[in-house]
Design a binder for this molecule. Structure first.
Ligand SMILES: [Zn+2]
Length: 459
C-alpha cells in the first residue's frame, strides 16, 4: 500500500513555516532524552535543554498560554473564552527508547544526528513520538500567530517517561483532576492504517484506538528431582512445564466481538466488496459466531477480539542430554481483551493446570476503560483525518499495545489513540524502536496540517 497515494489537501496552510518546523524536529531529536527503567541512567539535563528550546521556539504559546513543568513532564494550557466547553487535551511524550548497543553503526544517519537528508528527518524519536510533540506545538503556534482566539481551552501534555513507567502522564492527570478538570477528548499516539484487504474492502482502514488491552506476565514453575535420564519415571520438570504451556495455549479464554469491532464493521460495510465478511456484515448480530471465526483465522484481526497467549521465556533446563532438569520456570505473556480480567485469567489457568505447576503473576495490568466514540471528539478526529487522507475509512478499534493515554481515563470518557503522521508501513515497522528511525518531510508536514485543523475546529 502506497500511503502517500492517500494524501490530499497538502496545499492547505501555504504559509506554514515548513523549514522551521523541520528544523525544530531535527533539533529536538538531537537532544538525547532516552528513558531507562533505572532512573540513574537518565540524563535529566537533556530534558532541561529540550524544555529551554521549546520555550524559545514557541513565543506565541508562551505569551498566550501557561507553561508548567511537573517533575520533567510538561503541561501547556491555552485558556478558551467559553467556560461551558470542556477542554481538549493533546498528548505526546518527550522520551525515546534506547538505541540497542552495537546497532549504532547500522544507522545510515546517526540516531541522534537529526540529519535532514534524502527527504527525511533522521533519528530516534522521529516516529515515536517527537514528531507529534513538536507537531502539536507547531500547529498551536501557527494558529495563535494567525490571531486565533480559542473558545475551548486546549491543553498540550508531554510525559517524560512513557517508554518506561508512565509516571509523568499520571502526575499531569492527577494535577488536572485536583483542579476538577473534565476533558471533552484526549488525543494520543498510536492507531494504525492498513489496506482493507483482510476485510475484503476496497478502501484502506484507519484504526483509531479507543482502548488498550491489558498486559500480564505469568510465571509457571515446575520441579522434579533430576538425576540420571535413564529412568524418568515421573516425567521431568521440563515435560511438566511443556505440558502446562501447551495446555494454556490450547485453551484460550473465549473470543468476544467487542462493540467497537461491530461498529467498525457497520462503518466498513458499504466498502466490503468481496470475501466472507461481505455477507456477514449485512446482519452482524446474526452472524456474530461466523465473524468471530473469521477474525480468529486472520493474523491481522485475531488479537482484536481475544486475550492472546505468548509463551516467551523458559529457564532452568539441564546442561547435558543425559541429566534431568530440576527447577524450571517459564513466562507466558498475555494481552488481555476488555472482557477478561487478570483475576479471571489466573483462575482459568489454575483450573487448567495440574497441581505440580503453579501459575503466578510477575506483573499484571488490566485492560483500559473503553472510550466512548459517539462523541464530538471522535467525529471531529474522523472528519479531520478524512479531509487529509482519501480512500481511508476511520473506525474505532482496539489498541493492542499500551500508551500513556489511559492515565486520563479518570477525567475523560473519550480518550483517542491515533497519530496523524502516516508514514510508509515498512519504514514505520523497522524504525519504531528499531534502526534508521526516520520520518519523511511529507508525512511530518501533513501530520501538522491535521493537527492545525483539528485544534482549529475543536477550539
Ligand atoms: Zn510512543
Amino acid at each position: 500500500m502506497d500511503i502517500f497515494a492517500l494524501y490530499q489537501n497538502e496545499q492547505d496552510y501555504p504559509d506554514l513555516k515548513e523549514e522551521e518546523a523541520v528544523r525544530h524536529l531535527s533539533e529536538a531529536v538531537q537532544v538525547n532524552t532516552t528513558s531507562y527503567l533505572d532512573t540513574s541512567r537518565i540524563d535529566y539535563a537533556a530534558f532541561d535543554e529540550l524544555h529551554r528550546k521549546l520555550q524559545q521556539w514557541y513565543p506565541q504559546i508562551m505569551k498566550e498560554g501557561t507553561y508548567q513543568e511537573i517533575d520533567h513532564s510538561i503541561l501547556i494550557k491555552v485558556e478558551g473564552s467559553d467556560p461551558s466547553l470542556r477542554p481538549a487535551l493533546l498528548m505526546a511524550h518527550q522520551d525515546v527508547v534506547p538505541v540497542v548497543a552495537g546497532t549504532e553503526q547500522d544507522w545510515q544517519h546517526g540516531p541522534f544526528s537529526g540529519d535532514i537528508a534524502e527527504g527525511y528527518i533522521w533519528g530516534r524519536g522521529t516516529l515515536d513520538i517527537k514528531e507529534m510533540m513538536i507537531g502539536e506545538l507547531e500547529a498551536l503556534e501557527y494558529l495563535l500567530e494567525h490571531g486565533k482566539k480559542l473558545q475551548r481551552t486546549l491543553y498540550l501534555a508531554f510525559g517524560q517517561d512513557e517508554e518506561t513507567i508512565g509516571s509523568g502522564a499520571q502526575m499531569i492527570a492527577s494535577c488536572l483532576e485536583r483542579e476538577g478538570v473534565q476533558l471533552e477528548f484526549v488525543l494520543d499516539e498510536s492507531g494504525r492504517v492498513s489496506s482493507g484487504e483482510v476485510y475484503g474492502a476496497d478502501v484502506a482502514v484507519g484504526s483509531i484506538g479507543i482502548y488498550e488491552k491489558g498486559y500480564a506476565d505469568m510465571k509457571l514453575v515446575s520441579e522434579s528431582v533430576g538425576g540420571h535420564s535413564s529412568n524418568p519415571f515421573h516425567g521431568t520438570s521440563l515435560q511438566l512445564l511443556a505440558e502446562a504451556i501447551t495446555t494454556i495455549c490450547q485453551n484460550p479464554l473465549p473470543a468476544v466481538l467487542p462493540d467497537c469491532v461491530k461498529e467498525s464493521l457497520r462503518i466498513l460495510a458499504p466498502y466490503i466488496k468481496e470475501g466472507p465478511l461481505k455477507e456477514y456484515v449485512q446482519d452482524i448480530d446474526a452472524h456474530e459466531q461466523e465473524i468471530i471465526a473469521y477474525y480468529l483465522s486472520k493474523e491481522d484481526l485475531n488479537n482484536q477480539i481475544r486475550t492472546t497467549i505468548a509463551p516467551t521465556m523458559i529457564s532452568g533446563g539441564s546442561q547435558a542430554g543425559n541429566v534431568m532438569p530440576q527447577k524450571m520456570e517459564a513466562v507466558i505473556n498475555f494481552r488481555l481483551a476488555a472482557q477478561d480480567s487478570n483475576a479471571s485469567l489466573l483462575e482459568h489457568c489454575q483450573k487448567l493446570l495440574k497441581e505440580e505447576v503453579d501459575p503466578e503473576y510477575i506483573m499484571a495490568n488490566e485492560a483500559s476503560r473503553v472510550s466512548r466514540y459517539d462523541t464530538f471528539g471522535f467525529a471531529l478526529l474522523q472528519q479531520t483525518l478524512e479531509h487529509y487522507f482519501k480512500d481511508i475509512v476511520f473506525v474505532p478499534a482496539v489498541n493492542t499495545g499500551a500508551t500513556d493515554a489511559r492515565s486520563y481515563e479518570g477525567i475523560c470518557d473519550c480518550v483517542l489513540r491515533f497519530g496523524p503522521f502516516l508514514e510508509d508501513r515498512e519504514i514505520r515497522k523497522k524504525g519504531v524502536h528499531g534502526t534508521n528511525e526516520r520520518i519523511s518531510r511529507r508525512a511530518y508536514l501533513q501530520g501538522i496540517r491535521v493537527l492545525i485543523r483539528l485544534m482549529d475546529m475543536a477550539c
